[in-house]
Ligand binder design. Structure first.
Ligand SMILES: [Zn+2]
Length: 314
């Protein structure tokens, strides 16, 4: 994680809280997994469980650090989204609450890391509320929020946000270079991955370029009206490009096209806000935990893309 300089201010902040004895019981990390949020959460958890953390980092050789690295630290609980709904399950929250109720076994405190806390549904959040309202002594709960949809206010209001910076474009390119990937930074598919370095690296490692080119060709066909959205959706059935990312790319393409038109002194269509509103609606329906017909949603998305092209032509 030390090769991700944009995360350093958050570690410094944690260090100051720790040194000053002002550690909150629940901290909210508003940061994306693709920008290293999970690594940050794990590093923070490790240093909170370490016997002698240095400058906010775990020492990596004390007993706590060794158990943490082995994945068997008795004072650490990690929660991840599970199941078809890809959400934090209520059973997992209950188990965490129970473990928090006992005293720490090895470390000074108990620590839980919840990845994608934004996928907590109402019931699971309710199971967590008592722990947030009356936190047991010596416990710290770290919640990572991907920010796709707002965290439930009952949970958010009881957590202290710990600021996390996203990387700058230069930092993204530098980090990728260190991983062996040379990019100009102008590649249009970067929009699809929101310029998140870990996702870009995964995209390149998994060789998704063919899928990307295919998606782009299909989008051209849909835009020009040569390809019907229903047929287009069918032709992308096996594509590795996820629906969320297709939406990212379409939103970025519309944004880019609008900026160019505005710069050129052109007038934007009055129907544009409505179209953008519908794109936001699709984004909301795509959040994990909400059961939705993804094929219909994708057809709707492609129909909007075609409509956008028609607005542009007028
Ligand atoms: Zn240690």
């Amino acid at each position: 994680m030390k090769d991700m300089p944009w995360l350093q201010p958050s570690i410094d902040r944690l260090n100051r809280l720790l040194q000053g004895g002002r550690l909150p019981h629940a901290m909210l990390l508003n940061a994306r997994l693709g920008n290293g949020a999970e690594l940050l959460g794990m590093e923070m958890a490790a240093s909170l469980l370490c016997e002698s953390p240095q400058m906010g980092y775990a020492c990596s050789h004390c007993k706590g650090c060794q158990l943490f690295k082995a994945g068997s630290h008795p004072d650490f609980v990690r929660l991840d989204p599970e199941g078809a709904a890809r959400s934090i399950r209520i059973d997992a929250v209950r188990e965490m609450v129970q473990r928090f109720a006992t005293t720490p076994q090895i470390s000074q405190r108990k620590v839980a890391l919840m990845v994608r806390a934004d996928t907590l549904n109402h019931n699971a959040a309710n199971a967590l509320l008592k722990t947030l309202e009356e936190p047991p002594g010596n416990s710290v709960l770290l919640l990572q929020n991907e920010g796709q949809r707002p965290l439930l206010p009952t949970v958010r209001s009881r957590c202290q946000p710990l600021p996390v910076n996203p990387p700058t474009r230069e930092q993204v390119m530098e980090w990728l270079k260190a991983q062996g990937f040379e990019l100009s930074g102008e590649e249009t598919w970067l929009h699809m991955l929101r310029h998140e370095p870990l996702r870009i690296a995964a995209f390149l490692r998994e060789n998704q370029m063919d899928d990307w080119q295919r998606f782009q060709a299909v989008m051209q066909g849909v835009g020009s009206g040569q390809l019907n959205p229903v047929v287009a959706v069918k032709s992308l059935e096996k594509s590795a490009i996820e629906l969320d990312d297709q939406l990212n790319w379409i939103e970025a393409a519309i944004h880019h096209s609008n900026s160019e038109r505005a710069i050129a002194g052109g007038v934007l269509s009055q129907r544009l806000p409505e179209l953008q509103h519908q794109l936001q609606q699709i984004r909301r329906e795509l959040t994990p935990g909400i059961s939705t017909n993804r094929v219909l949603l994708q057809e709707h998305l492609f129909t909007l893309w075609h409509q956008f092209h028609r607005l542009q032509a007028n």
